[in-house]
Design a protein around this ligand. Sequence first.
Ligand code: C5P
Length: 283
Amino acid sequence: MSPDVFHVFAPAKINLFLHITGKRADGYHTLESLMVFAADIGDRLTFAPAELFSLQVGGSFAVELSASPADDNLVARAAQMLAAQYGQPLRGAITLQKNLPVASGIGGGSSDAAAALKGLVRLWRLPEEPSVLQALALRLGADVPACLHARAVAAEGIGDMLTPVETPALHLVLVNPGVATPTAAVFRQLESVHPPGGMKPIYTLEDIQACRNDLTSAAVSVTPEIGDVLAALAATPACRMQRLSGSGATCFGVYATAEAAAEAAQQLKARHATWWVAATSVK
Ligand code: C5P
C-alpha cells in the first residue's frame, strides 16, 4: 500500500440508553443518551489521493447502499460539505467497506460520515479545527458529532451537546433482524416524552440497567421483529440486560465476559441464520 493511502475505522455506535425528553419547534427531539463505540465492529474507509473524486462501496452490506450524494450517501455529502467549507477542490478516491447493516440504529451512516470528515481533513491537509468539524457533523445528522468523538459520551440536546463520561467495560452482542428501520419513521410513531433527568459523569452497569430506550415501542411498531430479537437475547445464558440501540432495529445484550458474549453470539447465529449477529466490547 502506498504511504499516501490510509484507513479510518468507523465504529458501530451503541446507545446504552436513550431517553427522549421533548420535541423542538423544528420537529427534532431532545434526548439524554449514553453513547459508546464498539472496539472492533464497524465500517472501514480507505482514502487515496486522486485528481477526481470517487466513492466505491464494498463489503457485506454494499448492495443496500447507493454511493450517490443525491441518494443521501452521507460519505459523499460529508465530502461535498467539507470541500465547500474550505474552498477545497473535491478530489480523492474513497472506498467504503460497509460491514454494518444499513438504517439499523448503530450509526453506520453517521459513523461513516464522521470518518469521512476525519479522513478528508488528513487527505486534503486541512487545518485541525474541531469546532468547524463539529458544526459540519451536526448538519449531516444528529448522531454525527458523537461519532466524531468515537468514545463514550453523554449526549444531550438533539445529540449535539456532548460530555465525555466514564462507563464500565462491557461485553456486548449486537443483533439485527435484517429489516432496515428508518429513524424518521420511528420518531413519527413516538407517542410521549419524559422530562429530563440529567446526565451523570460516571455510569455503572446498574445505572444503565435502570434506564430505558424510549423509542422501543415506536420501533417495534415499525419493525415487529425487534420484539423477537429482544426475546432471543434475553433467553441467552448469562445475559445481564438487553435493549434496543437508537431507533433500531439493532438490539444489544450485555454479558459479564467476552467468552459469555461469544457463546451467546454463536447460539443466536445457529438459531437465526438470517440475523446479523456480532460480539464486541465497548469502553
Ligand atoms: O439526524 P438524522 O438524519 O439522523 O435524523 C433522521 C430523522 O429522525 C430526523 O429527520 C427526525 O425526523 C428524526 N430525529 C428526531 N430527533 C433527533 C434525531 C432524529 O426527531 N434527535
